[in-house]
Design a binder for this molecule. Structure first.
Ligand SMILES: Cc1cc2nc3c(=O)[nH]c(=O)nc-3n(C[C@H](O)[C@H](O)[C@H](O)COP(=O)(O)OP(=O)(O)OC[C@H]3O[C@@H](n4cnc5c(N)ncnc54)[C@H](O)[C@@H]3O)c2cc1C
Length: 414
């Protein structure tokens, strides 16, 4: 039987998708967020439904590459000096997670999760009437050196081994796909099944609107703890309000650690900050999602402009943004797209919630089977929100989830 009442903490894409799946099951759902819907990473990401990705970030050789990247403070990966010591434990775990054995385990888990991601989204898009907000545009990965192009072949072979189509292209063939690419591009690959939403914030707000029509209650409040309680779990808010429920979902993105630790799960969650700029009149039009491989960022068209951004910065949740990172990405993007105009544009920074083994936490808390987690999706939170929602809903009802949840348990960090 469905539990009567579920409180979802966090109205990012994971919390909203979870609320939608739970409503469809007949639950009475309350969503609590300290700001409102799409206040976090879900509002400004690149919009990719990257279900064709199978490889975790932690992989053999990545530590050497990471050290090279870090030599450039505005490069694909940087650590703010003021945060370096705090980031150290995460990086030690990341190094451990880059062993061939762990990478194999993470790849198998990630491939299974992403393999189901598209079908799960189809269900949620149809349910919420948002299916017209996504398009199968394909992803064009481009390279500016022969060596980086050749090194990517192993990754494409791995994707193909999971049934994903990857077409290798010459530089000229890349320019046939995107005629405004410069001669700097020496080769690339096209992944036709990669998809993109028109605007990730609009998707969140549309789901939010639909949830309201279904009677979902939205509460603005800061959850300071979730506790098992005598008669079922309770969510305690900073202003002393208490929300009672039969089940609770913790989906606070990069801010989930405190609540999980209180529940006995010392998850090594940190944030990989990402930056971008959205340019309403960029002076060029792209038909695909273009990944500037080797530079760690992408250029893609959304409904309201061209979004240029990505990359990773470790600086925690509190330090101010470093907007020079946006300028650096723009300069690089102009080498690939000389026509790119950036006189106008809105800059943004978001907090990716990241675990060192590149897998999210999806599963029951140690303190109570009635309090479940859905956070830590890092670079794939939009992609994996709907499958996470389906898995959490199954776990709550003691059903077998569509994807084996074992590799995603918080207990893996014990
Ligand atoms: C630059 C960039 C590009 C990206 N591109 C992609 C992409 O193309 N494809 C993709 O799949 N993913 C992408 N991502 C990753 C994706 O955006 C995230 O993984 C995803 O948005 C995380 O969603 P979430 O719901 O877990 O967290 P969030 O969206 O961060 O939501 C968490 C919510 O919890 C609330 N909250 C936090 N603490 C509390 C509390 N104590 N009480 C109440 N409420 C609380 C916050 O206000 C927030 O609304 C990108 C990220 C960045 C930064």
């Amino acid at each position: 039987m469905s539990p009567q009442k579920v409180v979802v903490v966090g109205a990012g894409i994971v919390g909203l998708a979870s609320a939608a799946v739970l409503v469809a099951r007949g639950c009475s759902v309350t969503v609590v967020d300290r700001e409102g819907p799409a206040a976090g990473a879900s509002q400004g990401n690149a919009g990719g439904i990257a279900w064709t990705d199978v490889r975790p970030l932690a992989s053999p050789g990545i530590m050497g590459q990471a050290i090279k990247w870090m030599l450039d403070p505005l490069g694909p990966l940087s650590i703010r000096p003021a945060y370096a010591l705090k980031a150290l434990p995460w990086f030690l775990r990341f190094a451990r997670a880059s062993s061939p054995a762990q990478v194999q385990k993470s790849t198998t888990a990630l491939a299974a999760l992403n393999d189901r991601a598209w079908d799960s989204w189809q269900t949620v898009w149809k349910l919420t009437g948002t299916h017209n907000q996504v398009q199968r545009k394909g992803c064009l990965q481009v390279f500016d050196t022969k060596s980086s192009f050749e090194n990517a072949r192993a990754r494409w072979a791995e994707q193909r081994s999971y049934g994903i189509e990857v077409r290798e292209l010459t530089g000229d063939e890349c320019r046939e796909v995107e005629p405004e690419l410069s001669n700097r591009v020496v080769g690339g690959a096209f992944v036709p099944a990669w998809s993109q939403v028109d605007d990730p914030k609009k998707l969140c707000l549309s789901i939010y609107d639909w949830l309201k029509t279904q009677g979902v209650e939205f509460v603005v409040g800061d959850a300071k703890s979730a506790v098992p309680g005598g008669r079922g779990p309770e969510v305690h808010l900073s202003d002393e309000r208490v929300l009672t429920a039969d089940k609770v979902v913790i989906a606070c993105g990069a801010w989930s650690k405190k609540l999980a630790v209180q529940l006995g799960d010392k998850v090594p969650l940190d944030t990989e900050r990402g930056y971008n700029i959205t340019i309403p009149e960029p002076g060029l039009k792209l038909s695909t999602f273009v990944m500037l491989s080797g530079h760690g960022f992408a250029v893609s068209h959304l409904e309201h402009g061209l979004r240029v951004g990505g990359a990773v910065e470790f600086a925690g949740l509190d330090l101010p943004p470093n907007w020079k990172r946006v300028d650096a990405m723009l300069s690089k993007a102009k080498i690939y797209f000389p026509q790119l105009q950036s006189d106008t544009g809105k800059r943004w920074m978001g907090f990716r919630p990241s675990l060192p083994d590149s897998l999210p936490v999806i599963g029951k808390s140690s303190a109570s089977p009635d309090i479940v987690y859905g956070f830590g999706h890092a670079h794939h939170g939009l992609t994996e929100a709907a499958v996470t929602a389906e898995m959490l809903s199954a776990l709550m009802f003691d059903e077998v989830p569509v994807v084996d949840a074992t590799p995603f348990s918080a207990a893996r960090f014990k």
